[in-house]
Design a protein around this ligand. Sequence first.
Ligand SMILES: Nc1nc2c(c(=O)[nH]1)N[C@H]1C(S)=C(S)[C@@H](COP(=O)(O)OP(=O)(O)OC[C@H]3O[C@@H](n4cnc5c(=O)[nH]c(N)nc54)[C@H](O)[C@@H]3O)O[C@H]1N2
Ligand SMILES: Nc1nc2c(c(=O)[nH]1)N[C@H]1C(S)=C(S)[C@@H](COP(=O)(O)OP(=O)(O)OC[C@H]3O[C@@H](n4cnc5c(=O)[nH]c(N)nc54)[C@H](O)[C@@H]3O)O[C@H]1N2
Ligand code: SF4
Ligand SMILES: [Mo]
Length: 676
Amino acid sequence: MNTTLTTCPYCGTGCNFYLLHDDIGQLTGLEPAANHPVTRGQLCVKGWNAHAFVGHPDRLQTPLIRKNGQLQPTDWQTALDLLHDKLRTIATRQGPDSLMFLSSAKVSNEENYLLMKLARAGYGTNNIDHCARLCHSSTVTGLVETLGSGAMTNSLSCFAETDLIFVIGSNTTEQHPLIGSRILQAVQQGAQLIVADSRRIRLSQHADLHLRHQNGSDIALLNGMMRHISQEGLEDRTFITQRTENFSALQQALEPFTPEYVATITGLSSQQIMDAARLFAEADRAMIVYAMGITQHSHGVDNVRAVSNLALLTGNLGRPGTGINPLRGQNNVQGACDMGALPDVYTGYQRVADPQIREKFSAAWGVPLPETPGQMSTHAIEAAAAGKLCGMLVLGENPVVSDANQTLVYQAFEKLDFLAVIDIFMTETAQLADLVLPAACYAERDGTFTSTERRVQRGRKAVEPPGQARADWQIIAELLRRCGLKGDYTDPAEIMNEIASLTPSYGGIEYSRLEGEGLQWPCSDNTDPGTPILHTRTCTRGKGHFSPVTYRPPQEMPDLEFPLLLNTGRTAFHWHTGSMTRRSHLLDREERQAFVEINPTDAEKYQLAERQQLKVTSRRGSVSVRARLTERVPPGQVFIPFHFAESAANVLTNNALDPESGIPEFKVCAVRIEAC
Ligand SMILES: Nc1nc2c(c(=O)[nH]1)N[C@H]1C(S)=C(S)[C@@H](COP(=O)(O)OP(=O)(O)OC[C@H]3O[C@@H](n4cnc5c(=O)[nH]c(N)nc54)[C@H](O)[C@@H]3O)O[C@H]1N2
Ligand SMILES: Nc1nc2c(c(=O)[nH]1)N[C@H]1C(S)=C(S)[C@@H](COP(=O)(O)OP(=O)(O)OC[C@H]3O[C@@H](n4cnc5c(=O)[nH]c(N)nc54)[C@H](O)[C@@H]3O)O[C@H]1N2
Ligand code: SF4
Ligand SMILES: [Mo]
């Protein structure tokens, strides 16, 4: 049996395991890495099953071109020539900005870098984005403003050194299971735990305080906590004076948020708000952990600002066991952002709008570069639906199932003149494409991935891709070559050297240094050991900036016609649009079809029974799902995971966007339920 050490392709925790493979090139299983600092000999259920989809018979094996309405096999040369020709023709005739490129948090840093180079240098547009738009775009915007960096400030090892963990809008044990275990271990060793989530998640059972506040009311809750902390004199005066700015503006903005007023918005008691404030402020070292419950709102950026204000007010930054810790979701979503698969920045968040930066990239790549920042993916969908976009290349994403308001997304894709998809399976999005290219998956190619704690790690090739499938970097390199740019990279290590030469925070990242535990950026040169904790002496931007915010409700709240609040998210067993986990038989066995969590009191009110097939309707559409009666959700709220394409939660969700980050309001819309 052969073994190959690699990084888990699922979540941003960044576990490592050994893929086991036989002499005829088939994966037979895997084993967790015992000495790895994150894995420590353990994996979650998805990790243990990460080999299962790799050899699935549904894997795409040949390029496909649409002829007479049908996708038909073709050869690589024809497919790549056609793809280049279509993109080039659209760029010439309709202008480069009538193209959109979607990159992927499932592909490597090197691949994200090459795709953003292709969009910018090859076809002349900054229209490149990826699923971070649907995920932590609010974090990137919010924390860059307050701290100067949008990444998780601390490291996973900090959970062993903290006094209190405040988990707000993260279902950590199911969505980042090995981080969830660390939180439970910390609690066992005496750390206190506050959970703010309307659902009764596993962590809430271990919490000292579980705040089941109204979805979308986090700003009121956080402002109320901060006001009470100030009233009680529990803020960190020294930290505020030495390390922050704009404190008086914060104080003014907090004034209206009395415990009584906050109670009316959140549905909590005034006492709970004061208890949470005191508990949090009295801890010497407190970590804030958050995820989609904070970011996926039409006020997502303001939510992030409020979280940041709380950490700054109490001096919980720049020390072990503290910090603002947005848990990044996909295995390489941190890396896809770091690599500039975003419309306004090149690698390492270097701004497209800055002429000096633009000149640096232009000189390195040997072509002039577009000046205006590009379009966000959510705006691109709106533009396409309005007939204002002509061509799109989607690499490793499935927006038909993952974007808000599916009807709009279908309209958008139908109106495009040309759609190409590069994936490992025939997804719902690929089914609409004019051209589909088969990619190698994580186990079939080399590359690096950057985890939530900014740890850059190796992914290693264990087996050959199926049929004619090729590594994404090889596919993109072919297009770069056709654009007259450098396309003859021998391997991903060479691409990483190019990235390091252009990116200060990755300056010291090179393959020979990644063999052991990887490196945490910023890592400026090849003597730099990397950075486990950010903002230790000063913040990346200098002073920590208080950005006061005020409460505004979600865009669509329940009313007489649609009386229930719909919350959407995930389960432990499935991954997003299900392309991989629904093809992993042990995971599929656990959760085979869509369900809606309903509180038993609501079930009684609407006369619904356990396992009954129900029709759930919002202003945008209807889906059929099975009832699951549970106290997990409070009365008045229902929860549907978005994994199941045949009853897609995103038929229902509202594409109301945060005006700054462009993230949709996935966590709140109004629905009604009836028996089918
Ligand atoms: N098994 C599995 N793991 C995953 C994924 C997966 O698909 N499956 N996806 C990965 C990705 S990309 C991501 S981004 C992460 C997401 O990880 P999480 O954000 O932890 O997951 P979600 O289920 O989207 O939502 C988390 C919680 O937010 C709560 N919530 C909803 N609205 C609000 C609100 O207004 N305020 C507060 N405070 N809480 C609210 C929900 O009740 C839910 O319990 O998971 C990653 N890990
Ligand atoms: N209602 C609702 N909707 C949501 C959310 C929510 O909480 N609620 N969360 C949002 C969030 S946080 C996220 S991150 C998005 C995720 O949205 P997506 O990124 O669209 O979802 P995935 O299913 O992860 O899509 C990844 C795709 O990459 C393919 N793939 C895997 N490996 C490779 C590879 O090596 N190469 C190539 N080329 N392709 C590969 C997979 O087959 C799959 O089709 O969904 C968002 N949508
Ligand atoms: S916690 Fe995340 S990275 Fe670790 S094994 Fe599970 S899915 Fe993979
Ligand atoms: Mo995500």
